[in-house]
Design a binder for this molecule. Structure first.
Ligand code: FES
Length: 156
């Protein structure tokens, strides 16, 4: 058993374990980040269809100042994943609409204001959530899809 990393761990194709651009990145040759079950607080989030997977330890992600702390939007912004959020995460639009493909049991329950706003979202599904309102509250693997209409939009 390797020793458990003590710092926040971020890993993605753009944020490799080594050569980190800032203090957020940890992991080291002595403390590799893996999806081992021993890492009981490890969260892995995959954003589809880009198939971009990021990993971090639950509760160790710095707040990215948009949406609820620890939300799917917060995760996306921490890792530079392109997820629209026109209202800044205030539950006042639906541009952060995602469809949860895996790991719904790891997410916070939907509150009334999120449900009310989601009613106006395009392509609503039974697994739709607003990324800015949906917090990851348990460790494990989450997969979300960014709907086609919400990808590659021209932004001002
Ligand atoms: S960013 Fe507007 S509701 Fe989530």
């Amino acid at each position: 058993m390797g020793k458990e990393p003590t710092e926040l761990a971020l890993r993605s194709p753009d944020h490799p374990i080594t050569g980190s651009p800032d203090s957020l990145i940890t992991g080291s040759p002595d403390s590799p980040i893996t999806a081992s079950p021993a890492c009981s607080k490890l969260v892995r989030v995959t954003f589809m269809p880009a198939n971009r997977t990021v990993e971090f330890y639950l509760g160790r992600l710095p707040y990215a100042e948009h949406g609820k702390e620890g939300s799917l939007l917060d995760v996306a912004l921490n890792f530079g994943v392109d997820l629209d959020h026109a209202c800044g995460g205030a539950c006042a639009c639906t541009t952060c609409h995602v469809v949860v493909k895996k790991g719904e049991e790891l997410l916070s329950a939907m509150e009334d204001d999120e449900a009310d706003k989601l009613d106006s979202a395009a392509d609503l599904t039974l697994h739709s959530r607003l990324a800015c309102q949906t917090k990851i509250i348990r460790a494990g693997e989450v997969v979300v899809e960014i709907p086609a209409w919400n990808r590659n939009l021209a932004r001002e």
